[in-house]
Design a protein around this ligand. Structure first.
Ligand code: CA
Length: 512
């Protein structure tokens, strides 16, 4: 331990050597006796971590790709106490953050508490979570190198750099390398499996923002429909729609428990409850559900559509909260009852900055024709850069890689059916996909964390077991805030129950 402590200095560490990258600076400093508690909700692929008395070498390196005028910053935590477990853990980002962020630091500490060397990167873009800070070089011109860094290259660079720095520090390279992330981080993990198939032995890629170019334009669709109508229903109307849909579909999975574990078995027609009187907290009085609300619910559930009604992309499950902050049908209503749409900035960022290349573009004014063209243009221009849609994972499989994804069926940011579409596409190419990649759909789970369903707290642990002991996860347990545990099954299996035992884990719950 003493020798590692004295080795924690820039002068003791060698610069990594990565083709196409030029490493420029390296800093190293000791962090001693550091303790922190990381809740599972901030580290969604693992349970709570109580990190005590950590002792680590905190390394920051920067590099550029000569000629592109970029600067990528990568942070590496090297454990001294607890001792290194000879494994590397790459931590993914979220939103417009590739990884380097105080929230992600917590995930680094959580990994470190388990003995892992941990690494994350800013992806060569500011960690402000504001795409306006980097997306455009000038009006009309996207910074494609920055987007490429953010999308893929930085994950490879950072992980290779961390492997090299770990070897320099400990005198040996990591035995195993893992990736863990959710949302943007989930996308990064799947991108690594697609493009850098030998980089990781195991990848935990939750609620992934794959099909990136489709995702954000499609997520904007309910707002588009409201804009076209000039009608913005009260949140209470959409909440009533959601309650009615859950009520109608709840029992299809075998148990009335507030969860819709078998959404494919049920189609709820939102127009069936138009005119129903509801007590509306937002308006302070009773109102009857409007036809506009039904149209918006249909937009949120049945997929985004072009002018001729043709399908563009998936939208949300019935369990998704449509009206919460950053949800697809978020609106705001003034005291005089006039409501307007509140589109999530992530979606309009994509439309404004990347597809339209105009920071001032206002998506509210789009016709349906322009909307559909925006969708298609985004896919044409950016799918190969950040789409993360390539379903050919044969090289990842051949390299012995293992990957696990879970996706909440109540996810109001990224539709679970988009991930299912990807998994089905992988299976078309690799009929034995189950041998190296498993998808767990989680009823009632919101985006990455939260909601009435449960969180798969042992996802990462299961991944390590699969990689190192060859024990594939045949199910995952998902625990909710009330400490109820549901059984998650690898798609296309679902939890099946005898009589009224429910989806709660018991001797009688099985994956079928
Ligand atoms: Ca149910």
């Amino acid at each position: 331990m003493a020798s590692l402590t004295s080795h924690c200095a820039a002068s003791s560490l060698s610069f990594p050597s990565i083709y196409g990258a030029d490493f420029q600076t390296i800093q190293a400093s000791l962090i001693q006796n550091f303790s922190t508690f990381i809740s599972y909700s901030n580290n969604p692929n693992s349970g709570d971590v109580n990190a005590q008395d950590l002792h680590l070498c905190n390394v920051t390196i920067t590099h550029t790709h000569p000629g592109t005028h970029d600067k990528v910053t990568t942070k590496i935590f090297l454990p001294i106490q607890p001792p290194w477990n000879e494994r590397l853990y790459t931590v993914g980002g979220g939103g417009w953050v590739a990884g380097l962020h105080p929230i992600i630091d917590d995930r680094m500490y959580a990994a470190l508490a388990g003995g892992y060397a941990a690494v994350t990167t800013d992806g060569g873009v500011p960690s402000s979570n504001v795409a306006d800070d980097w997306a455009l070089l000038s009006p009309g011109n996207v910074d494609l190198y920055a987007l490429q860094n953010f999308a893929s290259v930085s994950i490879n660079d950072a992980t290779l750099a961390a492997k090299s720095i770990a070897k320099s520090f400990y005198g040996k390279a990591p035995k195993y390398s893992y990736f863990s992330g959710c949302s943007q981080g989930g996308r990064q993990g799947i991108m690594a499996a697609q493009r850098y198939p030998e980089l990781f032995d195991g990848i935990a890629a939750a609620a992934p923002a794959i099909y990136y170019a489709q995702l954000f334009v499609s997520a904007f669709f309910p707002q588009q429909v409201m804009n076209e109508m000039g009608r913005y229903p009260h949140a209470c109307e959409l909440d009533a729609m959601t309650r009615a849909a859950i009520e109608a579909c709840d029992a299809e999975d075998g148990i009335v428990d507030g969860l819709v574990a078998n959404p494919d078995a049920c189609h709820f027609n939102p127009f069936a409850i138009v005119g129903k009187e509801i007590d509306c907290a937002d308006s302070g009085s009773n109102l009857s559900i409007s036809e506009a609300a039904a149209k918006v619910a249909e937009a949120a559930w049945n997929g985004s559509r072009a002018s001729d009604g043709s399908f563009l992309w998936y939208s949300h499950g019935y369990e998704a909260n449509l009206t919460a902050d950053e949800s697809p049908v978020q609106t705001t209503c003034s005291a005089n009852g006039i409501c307007t749409g509140v589109p999530r900035s992530t979606w309009t960022d994509w439309i404004r900055l990347f597809v339209k290349k105009d920071a001032k573009f206002n998506a509210v004014s789009m016709s349906r024709k322009e909307y559909a063209e925006t969708f298609i243009q985004g896919v044409r221009e950016f799918d190969s850069i950040i789409g993360t849609s390539n379903a050919d994972l044969r090289n990842f499989q051949d390299a012995g890689g293992k990957m696990i994804t879970y996706h909440g069926m109540a996810d109001m940011s990224i539709p679970f059916r988009s991930t299912r579409h990807y998994y089905d596409a992988v299976r078309e190419i690799s009929p034995n996909v189950h041998d190296f990649y498993r998808l767990f759909e989680a009823p009632g789970l919101s985006h990455c964390t939260g909601g009435a369903g449960g969180q798969p707290l042992k996802l990462f642990e299961s991944l390590v077991q699969w990689v190192e002991q060859g024990v594939a996860p045949d199910s995952l347990e998902a625990t909710n805030a009330s400490n109820q545990t549901n059984l998650l099954c690898p798609y296309p299996k679902r939890a099946a129950v005898n009589d009224s035992i429910g989806l709660l884990v018991s001797d009688q719950t099985r994956c079928r």
